[in-house]
Ligand binder design. Structure first.
Ligand SMILES: NC(=O)c1ccc[n+]([C@@H]2O[C@H](COP(=O)([O-])OP(=O)(O)OC[C@H]3O[C@@H](n4cnc5c(N)ncnc54)[C@H](OP(=O)(O)O)[C@@H]3O)[C@@H](O)[C@H]2O)c1
Length: 442
């Protein structure tokens, strides 16, 4: 039998994910190399601070703070960008792809902001850019959409793509804790990113939604074109009332395509979702994605959305695809003709303007607890073409009350206008809060 080819891998970054990749390749080396028919050699490891303590010991001669030893090294077959951020990572990814290298990444922020350019560079120079670990950690959602479900057109993809916010909402629901108390615990457990907006304002999950939208529909959407709202405004009362009405509140990414109208809606926001939906049962730090294709129907994937082992599992899966490609297998992804067909998926595809969305809503309004309040609210909402389906009221000890209502089908633009008008009423004590009710139409 011919000798196995040695595949040389360079790691840019040796933090949580980088060390996981090293550790798990070592752990399962024998089975992995047998399956791949190749020897895996991590030839270079690059970090920023050479003095930092690492949990994993590696030979000193392969360890440096010089990215050129990976990016510009002709011996390196696969570059793994596990640094994060959109600064040095962008420049180094550009440089590697311009040289026709294969780059594997877990960097969702970079793909979301610069994916269009980076895939183009890869394509023009014969390289390849793999990104399974960038969405939903260990869940193989990229391969599922790109390969396993290739026969489908996707009318609806939705799910939970941020484990930290899901952990916070789960604890608020189960233990009746406030947002602030739960956030404190999440910080102590190291679940919250240094830049908290990524988790709490939905930015991290929105990055992933943009990547899924591109993957499924061939269209790059800008973050500033979509609804991106986080979980900071959710209170224990909202979760309790939602529960009484048969819903859970989850931070959902939604990628909905109307093929007839050729419209695409991409959004990220908290939503009330029926407890009967599988995704509503995805709790704690887990992620879950529901994919509806016109051939397969609905498939739901649930798993660990982050963490060292889950994320490195996806990185190693991309390394495996890269190894097959280097050994002459046809590109796991797409040939040039296929790419032209793929690009046509987005022909004429328009992004639905956020204000044109329609659906049911939950509204929370803090009011003076006095006669005629409900009539005044009803009057104002009716003027904005909003009718309500349920009303709950909670009297507070300071002579005020919280009104929590759900609406019938309404337009986003009407809800926005109504909230503005409500905020101007004397009886309304603070700006009203609304959440969408998510009902997947497939
Ligand atoms: N952690 C997760 O659960 C997870 C899940 C999914 C995706 N991701 C993504 O995976 C990527 C890596 O995340 P992580 O959690 O592993 O981050 P991390 O623990 O902060 O590790 C980052 C690594 O990159 C190195 N680095 C940063 N800037 C560098 C530079 N300019 N030159 C050379 N090395 C540099 C750091 O070096 P020093 O150690 O010397 O500072 C560190 O080793 C990110 O894109 C992240 O979004 C992470």
């Amino acid at each position: 039998m011919a000798d196995k080819r040695t595949i040389r891998i360079g790691l840019l970054g040796f933090g949580v994910v980088g060390q996981g990749v090293w550790k798990n390749i070592e752990k399962n080396r024998q089975a992995l190399e047998y399956r791949l028919g190749a020897v895996l050699d991590i030839t270079q490891v690059v970090v920023k601070n050479l003095n930092r303590e690492r949990g994993v010991q590696i030979p000193g001669e392969i360890y440096s703070d010089d990215p050129a030893r990976v990016v510009d090294n002709p011996e390196i077959d696969i570059v793994c960008e596990l640094m994060g951020g959109t600064g040095a990572a962008l420049e180094l990814t550009r440089r590697a792809l311009s040289q026709g290298k294969i780059v594997v990444t877990a960097n969702k922020a970079l793909i979301c902001e610069h994916g269009e350019e980076l895939f183009k560079i890869a394509h023009e120079n014969g390289g390849h850019y793999f990104y399974e670990a960038s969405v939903a950690g260990g869940i193989p959602i990229i391969k599922t959409i790109r390969e396993a479900l290739v026969a489908n057109r996707f009318s609806m993809i939705f799910g939970i793509l941020n484990g930290t916010s899901n952990y916070i909402l789960t604890r608020m629901e189960r233990e009746g804790l406030s947002f602030d108390a739960t956030l404190g615990d999440a910080r102590e457990l190291g679940y919250v990113e240094a830049d908290e907006a990524l988790d709490l304002d939905g930015v991290d999950a929105a990055h992933k939604a943009v990547i899924l939208a591109f993957l499924a529909h061939g269209k790059w959407v800008k973050l500033n074109e979509i609804i991106c709202e986080g979980i900071r405004e959710i209170t224990g009362d909202d979760i309790r009332i939602a529960g009484e009405l048969g819903y859970k509140i989850k931070l959902l990414a939604v990628i909905a395509r109307d093929f007839k109208a050729n419209q695409l809606s991409v959004r990220l926001h908290p939503a009330l979702i029926s407890k009967s939906e599988v995704i509503a049962g995805v709790d704690e730090v887990y992620n879950g994605v529901s994919v509806t294709g016109d051939v397969v129907g609905t498939t739901v994937l649930i798993g660990r959305g982050a963490g060292q082992d889950a994320t490195s599992s996806s990185v190693i899966s991309d390394i495996a695809d890269a190894v097959f490609m280097l050994q002459g297998a046809p590109k796991a992804a797409i040939s040039e003709e296929d790419e032209a067909v793929y690009a046509r998926l987005a022909d004429g595809l328009e992004l639905t303007a956020p204000e044109d969305l329609e659906g049911r809503y939950y509204l929370r309004i803090h009011v003076q607890d006095q006669e005629g309040v409900l009539a005044a609210l009803t009057d104002l909402l009716t003027k904005h073409h909003i009718s309500f389906a349920t009303v709950n009221q909670k009297e507070l000890s300071d002579g005020t009350a919280r009104i929590m209502l759900t609406t019938h089908q309404s337009r986003e633009s009407n809800i926005r206008a109504a909230k503005e008008a409500l905020a101007g009423l004397n009886i309304v004590l603070s700006p009203p809060v609304s959440f969408r009710i998510f009902e997947p139409e497939v």
